[in-house]
Design a binder for this molecule. Structure first.
Ligand code: AGP
Length: 612
């Protein structure tokens, strides 16, 4: 979604703000803006499009100042125009905002009645006017902010500056991420610590409801007007590894990082051919008690959850439900005691998943229901990790490309580890199966590396998709969610309409779509469903469909007229979905590049969906 950067220093910080915005651009990228205070004036520049446009404008206007705020926008209220871009200014105050002010229409009407003029269609502008109005009767900026915040309903993070307070940056966190970067004689704010890594590796993580006052040398955090202490944490140096390196796009780099990312993720849990004693040790009592699992997630993370459901049921005989968070949260689900609620999220800040988690916790408390919560997440400092009883980190490293790749496969690896751990605690898995899967997990990075060798073959196939408008992805069993994931990848970055189906559903409707012009991607590992899948392939061929098959090298599936085959190394069928993710990622990537789309920042999307 939108991104915030701000800072108070002795030096000119306009370059820090622009560099921070560039690092946040993956979150939202339809317009950007910056405001600094210079000799009692607010200097502001805003531009539609990429941060590069803003950077050029800032350089030309020679904007400089030691106190400033900046923003990259992903439009929710009002189109991506310069007038709607942040910061918004009212009199002497400038504001940047992430999130949504749900009651902005009511506030706007009362401000208009007071004589305020609105120059944007955003919900955010009300905050600037409210503070300006409050300062007519309040002596200082911090108090004014504290007084207006209770009027705001919704989820928001704010950065606020005022020309009469040239050494103060005020910030608010209520439902949208915000972190303080602690420097030496300078302090910063951002919605994502990645933005501040060039200036500091020391961070203070605000909690919901915190309001903070930053000066060059002090940070004071308030809750309900009282000061509170928030610890400062030093960030692990590896977290800062977020550049494109030799790759053309972040997405391609992240696809190639998967063998290493999986290795990291499994190493935290395995010791030789056994699970480490300390892996999820604090959750063992809860695992022994639980009778079922409820997974909640969005998008790609939901697809990971769908696969985990097969594993929970097949491998350890534990009932498991999985649901998209945006439905779950509004469905009045019945809370059942002894359920493990698993939230899966790359960012740990996805608004719907967080809301579903919080709602579940509230309902369980109201019913005195003993449940446990666990986050499978890639960001150690995220809200989701802080708010769950237990967590399992995916050690994918920062994922910048909007299309999720390494976060997905590491989620799968982590979920398999979770299944094994719960199975072991509950004595629901045999020693033989446990060992077989652990051995296969250790083997996985090598299989993924070998699978990546198919890149050129997949590039060759992708040329046949460039002119297509539609595409089907088919798989069975745990490859069904990979079919959904493949279709999601292709549509989000190449803008080709794609659908994923369980291959058995073909004749119940989608077969009507198949003709000479319909590419059909098939996921065909060597598993117990292979023969049935081969029948589905024949159904497609009989209707003139063109098949693109990612098949196990021993599957017996051969290249033929209108049947293209890329062979994938053999893998234990229980881990096949992790391996078959790679070809669908590469296919989508190459098709998108050939179609000339913006691969890392596809239109209309944002990396971290922190608004509903
Ligand atoms: C997929 O490529 C997307 N980036 C999207 O579906 C994503 O998985 C979804 O928004 C959930 O994000 P999260 O994992 O950070 O919660």
């Amino acid at each position: 979604m939108c991104g915030i950067v701000g800072g108070v220093a002795e030096r000119n910080i306009s370059h820090v703000l622009i560099e921070g915005l560039k690092r946040l651009e993956y979150r939202g990228y339809d317009s950007a803006g910056v405001a600094v205070i210079d000799h009692g004036d607010i200097l502001r520049e805003r531009r539609v499009g990429k941060v590069a446009n803003l950077a050029e404008a800032v350089e030309q206007a020679e904007i400089s100042g030691s106190l400033g705020i900046a923003h990259t926008r992903w439009a929710t209220h009002g189109k991506p125009t310069e007038a709607n871009a942040h910061p918004h200014v009212s009199g002497k105050v400038a504001v940047v905002h992430n999130g949504i002010i749900e009651n902005y229409q009511d506030i706007k009407q009362s401000l208009i009645a007071l004589g305020y003029h609105f120059s944007s269609q955003t919900d955010s502008e009300v905050v600037a006017h409210l503070i300006d109005h409050q300062l007519k009767t309040t002596a200082d900026l911090l108090t004014a902010v504290q007084q207006i915040v209770p009027q705001l309903k919704g989820a928001y993070a704010l950065g606020i500056i005022h020309t009469d307070f040239p050494d103060q940056l005020v910030t608010v966190r209520e439902g949208s991420p915000l972190v303080i970067g602690v420097g030496i004689g300078e302090n910063f704010i951002s919605s994502d610590q990645l933005a501040l890594l060039p200036v500091t590796n020391r961070f203070m993580y605000l909690e919901e409801g915190d309001i903070a006052l930053l000066t060059r040398d002090h940070i004071t955090v308030f809750v309900d007007g009282q000061t509170v202490q928030r610890p400062i944490k030093e960030l692990d140096a590896t977290v800062s590894n977020a550049s494109k390196g030799e790759y053309k796009h972040y997405m391609l780099k992240e696809i190639y990082e998967q063998p290493e990312a999986i290795q990291q993720t499994i190493s935290q849990a395995l010791n030789g051919n056994v699970l480490r004693e300390d892996f999820l040790a604090s959750a063992v009592v809860d695992f022994a008690r639980i009778q079922q699992v409820q997974i909640i997630a969005c998008g790609t993370s939901y697809h990971a959850g769908m696969i985990a459901k097969y594993w929970f049921e097949q491998l350890i005989d534990l009932p498991c439900q999985v649901e998209i968070a945006s439905e779950y949260r509004y469905r009045s689900p019945v809370i059942v005691a002894d359920t493990l609620y698993v939230c899966i999220s790359q960012s740990g800040e996805t608004a719907d998943t967080l809301a579903a988690l919080r709602d579940t916790q509230k309902r369980a408390a109201a019913k005195h229901c003993n449940i446990s919560t666990l986050a499978v997440c890639n960001v150690a400092t995220s809200s989701m990790i802080r708010e769950t009883d237990h967590h399992l980190l995916t050690l994918a490293g920062p994922e910048i490309g909007v299309a999720s790749t390494k976060a997905f496969t590491t989620q799968l690896a982590a979920l398999m580890l979770l299944v094994l751990k719960i199975g072991q605690v509950k004595h629901n898995i045999s020693a033989q199966v446990l060992t077989e899967i652990i051995v296969a997990l250790w083997h996985l990075p090598k299989v993924l590396t070998d699978t990546l060798q198919n890149d050129r073959n997949i590039l060759a196939l992708s040329t046949l998709f460039v002119e297509k408008n539609h595409c089907l992805f088919l798989g069975r069993g745990t490859e069904f969610p990979i079919a959904l994931e493949g279709a999601l990848k292709l549509k989000e970055i190449s803008y080709i309409h794609a659908e994923g189906y369980a291959a058995g559903e073909l004749k119940h409707g989608p077969l009507a779509l198949v003709d000479n012009d319909m590419p059909v991607v098939i996921l065909a590992p060597q598993d117990h469903m292979l023969d049935k899948l081969k029948s589905n392939m024949e159904e497609v061929q009989a209707r003139g469909g063109e098949l693109f098959v990612f098949a196990d090298e021993h599957s017996g599936i051969q290249k033929a007229d209108r049947q293209h085959v890329v062979y994938v190394p053999t893998i234990d069928e229980r881990l096949a979905p992790i391996v078959y993710s790679i070809p669908v990622q590469l296919l989508s990537y190459h098709v998108a590049v050939l179609r000339g789309t913006d691969v890392d920042q596809p239109r209309n999307l944002a990396k971290s969906v922190t608004v509903e």
